[in-house]
Design a protein around this ligand. Structure first.
Ligand code: C5P
Length: 233
């Protein structure tokens, strides 16, 4: 799968004004944007529509995890909003993911993804949940279940993309957060990789938040990340 616009900028802001101000510095021909829980809870569907009318394709990152009927309704509402991508937690199980898939029309353009293991979590965090599998084993288990449940792809760490590409094929979309250009602050992420390495390892889309949103010049930072990717690929 080749992808001319692989960067999804995570708009992790507390309010719509800050998210829109940052978005105005960005070119929708060069990147997509992600709206997560804090911003959506404060600013909701109107902000998603505003971003759409600015020309941005929106990844609605609400990571739904509930009983199948509830998740199906939420996914259907997201598709009605016209979002480009929406996600659920693979750990919600097969029935939940299948209900989410059935909630979208067969010709829907909304991509439906499943989250595997959050990139801030390591083996010791899984052990604390009484999961004896390593993060990589758990990611493979959840991604395989997601594919069998007809998800379009998964959100995972860039460290797991080679094994997932090999196991699940190149058509299965891999979206990877936990991306840090070398020299940038790691923040609270654990399983991180540089943008160029992540693309070379088989990521299809990179979710990048603070390295762009907290940069002095976000547009210039985005440009520099894109140059790092194309120099390597
Ligand atoms: O600022 P940073 O680049 O760390 O932002 C990463 C974004 O990706 C955040 O919005 C976070 O919620 C999201 N994310 C993640 N790990 C996942 C799924 C989503 O970090 N497994």
């Amino acid at each position: 799968m080749t992808n001319a616009k692989p960067i999804i900028v995570a708009l992790d802001f507390p309010d719509a004004a800050s998210a829109l101000a940052l978005s105005e510095c960005l070119d929708p021909d060069l990147c997509r944007v992600k709206v997560g829980k804090e911003l959506f809870t404060r600013s909701g569907p109107e902000l998603v529509r505003n971003l759409g009318s600015m020309g941005f394709e929106v990844f609605l990152d609400l990571k739904y995890h509930d009983i199948p009927n509830t998740v199906a309704g939420a996914v259907s509402a997201a598709a009605d909003l016209g979002v480009w991508m929406v996600n659920v937690h693979a750990s919600g199980g097969r029935a939940m993911m299948e209900a989410a898939r059935k909630a979208l029309p067969a010709n829907s353009e909304t991509l439906l993804l499943a989250v595997t293991v959050l990139t801030n979590m390591g083996n010791e965090d899984l052990q604390a949940l009484n999961i004896s599998a390593s993060t990589e084993e758990q990611v493979i288990t959840l991604a395989t279940l997601a594919k069998d449940s007809e998800m379009d792809g998964v959100v995972c760490s860039a460290m797991e993309t080679p094994v997932l590409n090999a196991a699940l094929g190149d058509d299965f979309v891999l979206v990877t957060p936990g991306i840090r250009p070398s020299g940038d602050s790691v923040d609270d992420q654990k399983r991180i990789m540089t943008p160029a390495k992540a693309m070379a390892s088989g990521s299809h889309y990179l979710v990048i938040g603070r390295p762009v949103t907290q940069a002095d010049d976000p547009a210039e930072k985005l440009q520099s990340i894109m140059e790092q990717i194309s120099a390597k690929t």
